[in-house]
Design a protein around this ligand. Structure first.
Ligand code: F6R
Length: 606
């Protein structure tokens, strides 16, 4: 939920850190700070609010000279977003500074213990115990101090540490929180995410849990938790630096919506060959399929809704029961999961705390686990038995768009793949044609709806929005409502259309907007009845449907269109006009679209 960055080299560190923090700002944006080391002295600057405030306060970094430093952008967990609680935190003797992403679960007892030993606390954060522990354990050897400190910590942490006794050196420590080292020429880096590194280097090392790194300008050494040096593979980041920039769009979210045809193509194309679905990464899954009696999909937020949408294709094609469970619920529910369960874990970031915990819970019960993940090398990817990557590229806007659609695209392909290996798939060539056409259809869905900005002007001041749909349409309605509420702050809820008259219809009054999803021909008549019911109570209906659907077109007040597509595979198309509607409503409302209030991109706390 926070972002950390570190630099050592020959350049002035502060501007490099500020630039890195801007790239990580999507991870948290309520306060920020940097610490820069010049010779043997550490200077710190912290602000409440955005990185822009930090740039202003440091005069774009000029106020903090020095070529070694660490930085942090925060999403508050322990303690309000104030300057005192912002990182870096400094030890009482001023020799150590620490930035931290994660949560120290046993910080209360450590804090009491340290206060009893005479340490003075300046903040309300859990992080501050770390810097005091380092001071306490430092006896001239930083590696030793870091190992002893780590042994006392429970929880998750990616740490960046500097010590004034070791000019020119930064330390990075990882436990259950992402941390990547960037390997340059005469300079080296660490960061929570490769997006902060790619403008400097494409050569990276993914630290694993329990490892820490000692980083100088011209060398990087990695150690395990016992202090043994280990050899690490240097990986190449394949995507272009422009992928993490706005590319002429006003917001990352708009850019990422527009990128969806390409992202879905990049995800689907390598897995379809000569009319067949091919997952090279899943070959060892095939022998287990005969034993799969149940599939459980687990995830959080939009990734959970992607699971809700994918369930229909999995059940229809594979004839295996599919349950979709919120990871935050599943982990505490003593789930009925065993060796006969295939658990599919979905996560864009691969770092969502509840999703990781649910994955571990399922593994401990003997289930086979398959992860659908976007961020290469992330925790979820490293824990699952099999990983299928969505090739969406970096997703910067806090509200997911291309992350969600590529996850569903993988679920569609997975449904076809499993069904095929169970001998249940008929007409694979026609199905792969449908899948290969998805990027084109998404583009059509973008092009068919020039009225969205005008619709946003009409609806942006509404008190509430209801989204209704049945079956696959309902699954998309859930994500449509989430998109709307999280970026526009307009109260939005999704309902299974058939459920309206069991309670919710009481909320329908004159001019209440209802967004009705009607893209599933098999239950169209039923949704039409629900539209008529709400209209006769005064609602204004914005229907999402096909142009050819005369009944809906004639009854709705306003319309959004998608091209005709098999409802089993329509979720990735249907969501696109709803994403655009949410975007334009948020824009009308003057919201900070890429960084909605109270949110952060990767939810690494429970
Ligand atoms: C909503 C959104 C969140 C995420 C959720 C899971 O737009 O982005 O609901 O989908 O926090 O995140 P990941 O997929 O990274 O596990």
């Amino acid at each position: 939920m926070c972002g950390i960055v570190g630099y050592t080299g020959t350049q002035e560190a502060a501007p490099v850190l500020l630039d890195g923090l801007k790239k990580l700002e999507y991870r948290g944006y309520d306060s920020a700070g940097i610490a820069v080391m010049e010779g043997r002295s550490i200077a710190i600057c912290k602000v409440k609010g955005r990185i822009a405030n930090l740039c202003e306060k440091t005069k774009d970094g000029e106020a903090l000279p020095g070529t070694t430093g660490i930085g942090h952008t925060r999403w508050a967990t322990h303690g309000a977003p104030t300057e005192e609680n912002a990182h870096p935190h400094l030890s009482n003797d001023g020799r150590f500074a620490v930035v931290h992403n994660g949560i120290i679960e046993n910080y209360m007892s450590l804090r009491d213990e340290l206060i009893r030993s005479g340490y003075r606390f300046e903040s309300e954060t859990d992080t501050e115990v770390i810097v005091h522990l380092i001071e306490r354990y430092y006896k001239g050897n930083m590696r030793d101090a870091l190992i002893k400190t780590s042994n006392r910590l429970q929880g998750s942490y990616a740490l960046g540490v500097i010590c004034s006794e070791e000019p020119g050196r930064i330390y990075a420590v990882r436990e259950a929180s992402p941390l990547i080292l960037g390997i340059g020429v005469g300079e080296n880096f660490f960061a929570s995410d490769v997006t902060a590194l790619v403008s400097h280097t494409r050569s990276v090392i993914y630290l694993e849990d329990g490892e820490f790194a000692e980083i100088d300008a011209d060398s990087v050494r990695v150690f395990d938790g016992a202090g043994q040096e280990i050899r690490k593979k240097i990986s190449r980041v394949l995507w272009d630096v422009r992928a993490a920039e706005k590319g002429g769009h006003e917001h990352f979210m708009l850019k990422e919506i527009m990128e969806q045809p390409g992202a879905v193509r990049a995800t689907v194309a390598p897995r379809i060959r000569n009319g067949e679905v091919v997952f090279e990464e899943l070959e060892t899954l095939i022998p287990h399929l005969e034993n799969v009696r149940k599939i459980v999909i687990t995830a959080c937020g939009s990734a959970y809704y992607a699971g809700c949408a994918g369930k229909y294709a999995l059940e229809r094609l594979c004839r295996i029961p599919v349950e979709v469970e919120l990871a935050s619920e599943l982990r505490y529910s003593d789930p009925l999961i065993d060796e006969g369960t295939l658990v599919i874990v979905i996560s864009q970031s691969g770092e969502t705390a509840d999703t990781i915990a649910a994955l571990k819970e399922c593994r401990s019960k003997g289930a086979k686990t398959l992860a659908i993940v976007n961020v290469v090398g992330s925790t979820v990817a490293s824990l699952a038995d099999w990983t299928v990557y969505t090739w969406a590229g970096p997703e910067i806007a806090v509200a997911t768009t291309k992350g969600y659609t590529t996850q569903i695209a993988v679920l569609y392909m997975l449904a076809a793949y499993i069904a095929k290996h169970l001998g249940l798939l008929q007409n694979e060539a026609a199905l792969t044609d449908t899948l290969q056409a998805l990027p084109r259809r998404i583009q059509q869905a973008i092009d068919m709806n020039p009225s969205i900005p005008a619709l946003a002007r009409k609806y942006h001041a509404s008190k509430a929005l209801f989204f209704i749909g049945r079956n696959t349409d309902y699954a998309v309605a859930l994500e449509g409502a989430l998109k709307m509420k999280e970026i526009s702050y307009l109260h939005s809820e999704a309902y299974a259309a058939g459920e309206l008259k069991h309670g919710t219809i009481a909320l329908i009054e004159e001019h209440q907007p209802v967004i009705a999803l009607c893209c599933n021909a098999s239950i169209m008549e039923k949704t039409l009845s629900n539209i008529v019911e709400v209209k006769s109570r005064g609602a204004e209906v914005l229907a999402l449907t096909f142009r050819s659907n005369r009944q809906i077109v004639s009854v709705a007040d306003d319309l959004l269109f998608i091209p005709p597509v098999d409802p089993l595979f329509s979720a990735v198309i249907e969501i696109v006009p709803l994403q655009l509607l949410a975007y334009h409503v948020a824009r009308e409302n003057g919201c900070d679209i890429d960084k909605p209030k109270n949110l952060a991109k990767s939810v690494t706390v429970e």
